[in-house]
Design a protein. Sequence first.
Length: 165
Amino acid sequence: MKKLSLLLLLASGAAMADEAALQHCRTLADGAARLACYDAIPPGFKAHAGATPAAASTAAPAHAAVPASAAPAVDRAFEVQSSTVAAARAASAPTLETSIVGEFEGWGPGQTIRLANGQIWRVEDDSSEIVYVTNPKVSLRKGMMGAVFMDIQGARGAPKVRRIQ
């Protein structure tokens, strides 16, 4: 029992020392020094709930200590774009203009379509349409998330396609 008490006393003393270190780190105004101070605290340490309000009242606000030049750079690739910007980019997306040689009677799911330039495309979605045209012009355009749609002259819909050859 004495050994257990001694062990608990030593552990609580270390925890109190770490609590004091936390409070000291919170008072540092320099961001780099504050980070180094937090890094020096042992990894398994967890702050007690009672220590936070007292330390918070004496600590300098973190945002005041960090200069504007030290703020992290914003990665523009992850920003949400407005619908007008997205629409403008979609309108300027590259398209491929070609045609289908001969009679074309429409498409269905999984059907392959051979174009005049030699490319072969497969319908990837569940769309289907019957349209009777001869040598229709075809426009392949990129959609969202890498999808490619085939606009066929005379058709009302545009199937989602994938190039297979």
